[in-house]
Design a protein around this ligand. Structure first.
Ligand SMILES: [Zn+2]
Ligand SMILES: [Zn+2]
Length: 305
């Protein structure tokens, strides 16, 4: 059995796995963009995945261009950790309007690669005033991804991901203490989009949850439901026949939810967001068996594509 560090303890060089991993600012979205291109090859949704590659590339450009943003001071950090709260909660952190500058870059860079439908959404987002944009941001951060304007939300989400990734990078893993609630991001409180095995070469075989908003990853024991903590006996795995099992769905019979697992230990080029969007067939299969997905992919247009 693995001995885990107490919350707040900084991982030592003694071979203890890091509890929290923050994203690599130089490559997080660029890596994703390269993976989308690989996955597009021969894929029935190839055109969509190639566009998503361009979008991820635009996110990297926006992140590269983003100046340092205000982060919580030491007092605020210790308050959060005393109360077991995330440091920059998605729903209450006073987000800097600079996220809208990231949005402008993303719209501008992604537009030339857009399909007719996506181009119309991009144009429409570009025409929205700041107040309404902040309203759409609120919806994304509350994970209300359905309904009117749903086609515009992935672009807003892409910009919010850039801003929250910047926050995670500036805070750094040592400042982010694991929470008592293992199912939400210790940095921003958002839900995980998937879990990953072998999240970095230093931690082969360990499972981390990947934040749908800020790209932070945090450790969680394998073979345990990420939504309700049910133990191994309630958890099962499914994958699509013939796909090498790189992406599996971990289903839980207690809460009837599932979350995908991306096996980076089997292929280091795999990416939590790109491999998720390239395996929507697996979601359909598992949905049809009566399980509902416990974490969102903020870049997905519900019912669209
Ligand atoms: Zn997060
Ligand atoms: Zn469960």
């Amino acid at each position: 059995m693995t001995t885990l560090l107490e919350p707040g303890q900084i991982p030592q060089a003694s071979g203890e796995p890091p509890r929290v991993l923050t994203p690599d600012a130089k490559d997080v979205f660029a890596h994703r963009a390269r993976r989308f291109v690989q996955l597009a090859e021969g894929h029935p949704l190839g055109d969509y995945l190639r566009f998503m590659s361009r979008l991820a590339q635009a996110q990297q450009q926006a992140l590269d261009a983003l100046p340092a943003v205000p982060v919580p001071d030491d007092e605020a950090k210790s308050q959060s950790s005393q109360h077991g709260m995330p440091l920059v909660p998605a729903q209450s952190w006073p987000r800097d309007p600079v996220w809208r500058a990231a949005l402008s870059i993303i719209l501008c860079e992604a537009a030339p690669a857009a399909s007719e439908t996506a181009a119309a959404s991009i144009k429409a987002v570009g025409a929205i005033d700041d107040t309404a944009l902040e309203g759409l941001a609120e919806r994304v951060l509350r994970t209300e991804l359905y309904g009117e304007h749903a086609d515009k939300l992935p672009f807003v989400a892409a910009a919010l991901q850039v801003y929250w990734t910047k926050l995670a990078v500036q805070l750094g893993a040592a400042a982010i203490a694991p929470l008592d609630v293992p199912g939400v991001c210790p940095c921003c409180g958002a839900l995980p989009s998937v879990s990953v095995i072998g999240a970095s070469p230093e931690v082969p075989g360990l499972r981390y949850l990947h934040c749908s908003l800020c790209n932070t990853e945090w450790h969680m024991t394998r073979a345990q439901c990420t939504a309700c903590d049910a133990a191994e006996s309630s958890v099962a795995y499914r994958h699509i026949e013939g796909d090498k099992g790189l992406v599996q769905a971990e289903t839980c019979d207690v809460c009837k939810s599932y979350l995908k697992i991306v096996r980076r230990d089997k292929d280091a080029s795999a990416d939590p967001v790109a491999d998720d969007l390239a395996t929507l067939a697996l979601d359909i299969l598992v949905d049809e068996s009566g399980y509902s997905r416990s974490g969102p992919n903020l870049l997905l247009v519900p019912g669209g594509g």
